[in-house]
Write a protein that binds this ligand. Structure first.
Ligand code: KG4
Ligand code: ZN
Length: 337
């Protein structure tokens, strides 16, 4: 079985073809980062217009890369939420219409389920049940995963998402949007221990997160300590360590609470090297295992949507011709497979 996946929920147009016997056959991505950088954040209207321009050419390129004719596609999966409504509507409209034209079924995919299942595209796949830490620009979620569509949210951010905190702090440090990866690079030059940031909400029980205070802490430190290059790197290091420690503490708590030994990390921030290293070390100590996607499947991409779509297509969970998207959509609302 073979599925074409379309991702357009935010500022990346991602198209991929996944075959359940052969794996990923093609993977095309266009990032709008440059388009939004001047504005310091994603401009929804511009994002929609750019998805309109890029989606069909990328679909054509993905078919060519896979040497695959439309008749060989068994279904089309598109991200139906959560995300920017206009951006979602572009992928949904093109995906649903192409499926109708090709006489194939269409599947509406939850963006965070795509992230959550992205490690399944790797050689070592996690067995159910496991704990998933989903850290992206829009979400920070700790989820107990008992199977596909069997999700229980154990904790989430009560304010900024982890990626959002990275981006806002990066902006304070003078880095371009989205600054998460650039902040991580700056942090590598930082002096460990020169500044120590708080680990929010770790001193009380519970699995929720709060990251907005860290950004304020960074702003105050920048103001009081000046902004020479080394100080900026030291602040980046202190910020990153605080986020990574906080995420690790909550993961450990979730594993202990559930008695599970497998941890999945996914979403854009899971590309962060320090986070991967620290969680890997922690899981070694706990005699458990950690799984994460390769970096290009951590951030938004079509491959994870094609994979999730194929699982739902196999279960017969297709959608009709009335095109619908869900800008807000809980993972817990998904049906099991
Ligand atoms: O999953 P994603 O591509 O898009 C959303 O669904 O939001 O995540 C994007 C987020 C951005 O906030 C970006 O700054 C962050 O992931 N990010 C990183 C790294 N790479 C991307 N944050 C920290 N370290 C990184 N290496
Ligand atoms: Zn995402």
């Amino acid at each position: 079985m073979r599925v074409l996946g379309i991702e357009s929920s935010c500022d990346e147009t991602g198209i991929a073809i996944y075959d359940d016997e052969l794996g990923i056959l093609s993977h095309q991505l266009y990032s709008q980062v440059k388009l939004h950088a001047d504005y310091g954040g994603v401009v929804p209207e511009l994002a929609s217009r750019d998805h309109v321009r890029k989606t069909l050419p990328l679909i054509q390129a993905a078919l060519a890369e896979a040497a695959c004719a439309p008749q060989q596609i068994d279904g089309i999966a598109y991200t139906a939420g959560p995300g920017l409504v206009g951006a979602l509507l572009v992928g949904a409209t093109i995906g649903r219409s192409l499926a109708m034209a090709w006489g194939k079924p269409a599947v509406a995919v939850h963006h965070m389920e795509g992230h959550l299942l992205a490690p399944m595209l790797e050689e070592q796949v996690p067995a159910f049940p496991f704990i998933a830490l989903l850290v992206s620009g829009g979400h920070t979620l700790l989820v107990q995963v008992d199977g596909i569509g069997r999700y229980q949210i154990l904790g989430e951010s009560i304010d900024d998402a982890a990626g959002e905190a990275f981006d806002k702090t990066a902006k304070l440090l003078g880095l371009d949007y989205p600054g998460g990866a650039a902040l991580a690079r700056l942090a590598e030059q930082g002096t460990p221990g020169r500044f120590v940031f708080p680990r929010p909400m770790t001193d009380r029980p519970g699995l929720d997160f709060s990251f907005s205070g860290l950004k304020t802490f960074a702003a105050n430190t920048i103001r009081s300590e000046g902004q020479d290059e080394q100080t900026r790197a030291d602040i980046a290091h202190a910020f990153q360590s605080a986020v990574v420690d906080t995420l690790a503490i909550k993961c450990k708590r979730a594993l202990k609470q559930t008695g599970l030994k497998r941890l999945v990390i996914a979403g854009g921030v899971s590309a962060n090297r320090q986070l991967r290293q620290q969680l890997q070390q922690m899981m070694q100590e706990l005699k458990g295992e950690v799984f994460y996607p390769r970096p290009e499947y951590c951030t938004d991409n079509g491959a994870m949507i094609a994979y999730a779509g194929l699982q739902r297509l196999k279960a017969g969970q297709t959608v009709g011709l009335a095109i619908e998207v869900q800008p807000r959509w809980s993972l817990e609302a998904l049906p099991p497979v």
